[in-house]
Design a protein around this ligand. Structure first.
Ligand code: NAD
Ligand code: ZN
Ligand code: ZN
Length: 354
């Protein structure tokens, strides 16, 4: 087996003896931006020099230990990392040094279980997740499994590619799971990183969109991106507003509050579909059985998207069909950026630049 190192390739540059990363040491502490030592590459792994990494709300849940399955500190968050392959571990043939790749949430899957072989790799029970069970992209370098990085096509800049790597692919998949058809009305609850892209994929699917959020600036963005209707749920009951429009065929919930899931359910038309995507720390929603049965409502969860979905998301963007709204922040200001997201002061996505 041959080992190609960054030193062999002009694009990769010299590997430093340490590099900067934002590390979670405890769920109640801020991230620590510090120097860490590079890990040795295992067979099948690559080292990637980061250009950009989006800050997904999932990274905030990870840093706070919000979910029933917690990551184990110390760890480095980040699953919207984009960078250049700098070094190949033993046996890697899938990518070459100098190539630009994305490092999504699905950092590794077994490739042989029923889920993996039937195109549902994101359900693999042996999966590893970037920025959660393996160190992620809030760093100058990250180690990834070559089979699970996704090539970024030429003509896509890394600052746009980063949010597409989770927010994009997750929103795209959610619209597919919703089964949206032309002339449907789709309610999108939560116009953040995921939501501003969900609006666009619903429009591409031919639907009309009603956007729901608590913050006017986010609703303005949704309108700018083509949403026909916008409801500020802090000032107006979204259920009444959406039922006045005839009810939604599908409601996609990307908000970080159980209340939004319950409102989305009640916004549906008979025969409608509730797509659950957001993952609030408060892990319960209450849905009525009678109305679910008589309305023949479908309730479905949607988890990120596959490598194939991400290729499609990149292709749509390269073709000029989507717009990414983001603001770049230096990696050293990751804690300030998290506070801004939590306060609702970020229009859509923060992209951390090392
Ligand atoms: P974000 O913070 O960028 O966006 C959340 C949006 O929801 C904000 O605009 C906020 O104002 C809005 N909101 C909050 N409460 C609301 C309410 N009651 N009604 C309407 N809107 C409300 O977050 P994001 O990065 O877009 O992620 C959203 C959620 O999706 C997070 O919980 C994240 O962990 C989850 N997520 C899930 C998947 C998946 O595969 N299912 C993938 C990525 C992220
Ligand atoms: Zn598997
Ligand atoms: Zn994410």
């Amino acid at each position: 087996m041959s080992l190609t190192t960054a030193q062999d390739h002009p694009a990769a540059g010299q590997l430093p003896t340490t590099y900067r990363a934002a590390v979670v040491h405890g769920f109640t502490e801020p991230l620590s931006v510090e120097h860490v030592a590079p890990r040795r590459l295992e067979p099948g792994q690559v080292r990637v020099k980061l250009e950009a990494c989006g800050l997904c709300h999932t990274d905030i849940h990870a840093a706070h230990g919000d979910w029933p399955v917690r990551p184990r500190p110390p760890f480095i968050p980040g699953h919207e990392g984009i960078g250049i392959v700098a070094e190949l571990g033993p046996g890697v043939t899938e990518v070459s040094v100098g190539e630009r790749v994305a490092m999504p949430w699905l950092g590794y899957a077994c490739g042989t279980c029923d889920f993996c072989v039937s195109g549902r790799e994101t359900l693999c029970e042996s999966q590893q997740n970037m920025g959660y069970t393996i160190d992620g992209g809030f760093a100058e370098y990250a180690v990834a499994h070559a089979r699970y990085v996704v090539p970024v096509p030429d003509g896509l800049n890394p600052i746009d590619a980063a949010p597409l790597t989770c927010a994009g692919v997750t929103a795209y998949k959610a619209v597919r799971v919703a089964g949206t058809r032309p002339s449907d009305l789709v309610a999108v609850f939560g116009i953040g990183g995921l939501g501003h892209l969900a609006v666009q994929y619903a429009l591409i699917a031919g639907a009309g969109v009603v956007a729901v959020d608590l913050i006017d600036e986010k609703l303005q963005l949704a309108r700018l991106l083509g949403a026909e209707h916008a409801v500020n749920a802090a000032h107006e009951d979204p259920v009444t507003a959406i039922q006045r429009l005839g009810g939604a065929d599908q409601a996609i919930v990307l908000a970080v509050a159980p209340q939004a899931f319950e409102q989305a359910f009640r916004s549906l038309k008979r025969g409608g579909t509730l797509v659950c995507v957001g993952l609030p720390a408060e892990n319960e929603m209450r849905l009525p059985i009678f109305e679910t049965v008589l309305g023949a409502i479908t309730v479905v969860g949607s988890i990120v998207g596959t490598r194939a979905d991400l290729r499609e998301v990149f292709e749509l963007h390269r073709a000029g069909r989507t717009r990414v709204t983001s603001e770049c922040v230096p990696l050293s200001e990751v804690n300030e950026a998290i506070a801004e997201v939590e306060a609702g002061r970020v229009q859509a996505r923060v992209v951390l630049v090392p």
